[in-house]
Write a protein that binds this ligand. Structure first.
Ligand SMILES: [Zn+2]
Length: 259
């Protein structure tokens, strides 16, 4: 496979690699993609419900209809498992301390695959942390909460901030919010890493979110090489395409690059 050999060469020579991951990486773990595939919930209600404005209208209805409705598989008791793609990425970034995974996935599966914490940015947040939604920020100590009781959320009934009693919400980026909205997203660090990268590897992303545009613009300036691991080609030229699923392509890449 000619392109794979080319990708191996570029990764081997690179000083700093950023792997920018999207929903396609977690499909093999049973996580539904918002935007593509037969189970996509995109267009059903995600765009309408996945906003801070909708949350504030009725937090209980939002938790029940949007959060449990669109993310139920993340909350299953038996849990979900990382796949060979997540594990290969963890191996790949251990090559160099400056290499980084920036993931759009909120499912926590990079951490489940023992990915080095210092080399992971969850740019859209994480499903298992919750923050106060008080307007202008919590007047108490604003530490994310790791446990909320979602067994009985419904209109008018929802979890509250233990400090100030405002509604609690997940620590995830909503469609009407900005990457700089919470320090946990590490947006500044992600942009800096993309500016400094020699190689950016897109993994299972639909190129429809802000951070992928940021990566492409940064590469236009820096001359970084772009590699796309996906079933579909990138929607613009100049990208080294590795066609296949993340869980098939990444282990082969890791075997060739890391050994
Ligand atoms: Zn609060």
């Amino acid at each position: 496979m000619l392109h794979l050999e080319d990708a191996v060469q570029r990764l081997t020579r690179a000083k700093r690699v950023v792997y920018l991951c999207g929903a396609g990486l977690s499909v093999a773990s049973g996580i539904r993609a918002y935007r593509s595939g037969p189970n996509a919930v995109w267009g059903e209600y995600v765009l309408e419900w996945g906003t801070r404005a909708k949350f504030l209208e009725d937090p209980g209805a939002w938790w029940r209809t949007f959060w449990l409705g669109a993310h139920g598989e993340l909350l299953r008791q038996d849990g979900i498992a990382s796949n060979a793609g997540h594990r290969a990425l963890a191996r790949l970034v251990r090559r160099g301390l400056d290499d980084l995974v920036v993931t759009q996935n909120i499912d926590g599966l990079h951490r489940a695959a023992a990915h080095p914490e210092a080399q992971l940015i969850e740019i859209h947040g994480r499903h298992d942390r919750f923050i106060c939604a008080a307007d202008g920020g919590c007047p108490g100590i604003d530490e994310p909460v790791s446990q909320v009781d979602l067994t009985d959320v419904r209109p008018g009934h929802f979890p509250h901030c233990p400090k100030c009693s405002a509604p609690l919400r997940p620590l995830v980026l909503l469609f009407d919010e900005y990457y700089d909205g919470h320090e946990a997203y590490q947006a500044h660090r992600a942009r800096r890493a993309l500016n400094d990268a020699d190689v950016v590897v897109f993994v299972g992303t639909s190129f429809s979110v802000g951070i992928t545009s940021t990566a492409v613009r940064a590469a236009e300036v820096s001359g970084a090489a772009l590699i796309n691991v996906n079933l579909e080609p990138a929607p613009f030229p100049g990208v080294l395409q590795l066609t296949g699923s993340a869980e098939a392509v990444l282990p082969e890449l890791a075997r060739r690059v890391v050994g």
